[in-house]
Design a protein around this ligand. Structure first.
Ligand code: ZN
Ligand code: ZN
Length: 118
């Protein structure tokens, strides 16, 4: 097994349905859920964030690096090193930048997008 291989998802990260197509398995979302997430990323409230952070947030979502916990209000983020995890919500995040609270980190933006799509 290649350690760098991306995680394969057997169930949709949003609705938990079984994923059947290879594309959905790689994306972590079924086609309908992926469309809803993409639409949420274009919402007006999301456009208040800096565009390059929104792009990173979308990338995180598309890589399946953020998953919903507890009723789509709290999310678990896998850090870029692949081992650390953070808890993120639209209002806050437990990563180093998030704890300082000076800037909105892209984890919070990703949590916001997914909470809109929930
Ligand atoms: Zn789904
Ligand atoms: Zn963060």
């Amino acid at each position: 097994m290649n350690a760098a291989a991306t995680t394969e998802h057997t169930h949709c990260l949003r609705c938990r349905r079984v994923l059947r197509s290879a594309r959905s398995v790689a994306a972590g979302y079924g086609p309908t859920c992926q469309r809803k997430v993409r639409e949420a990323a274009k919402a007006e409230v999301v456009s208040q964030y800096k565009a390059h952070l929104v792009a990173k947030a979308e990338e995180l979502i598309e890589q399946g690096g953020i998953i919903a916990l507890r009723g789509h209000r709290i999310f678990q983020v896998v850090a870029s090193n692949g081992t650390d995890t953070y808890k993120a919500a639209p209002q806050g995040c437990t990563c180093a930048a998030g704890l300082k609270g000076k800037h909105v980190c892209y984890h919070r933006i990703a949590a916001h997008i997914l909470s809109l799509a929930a």
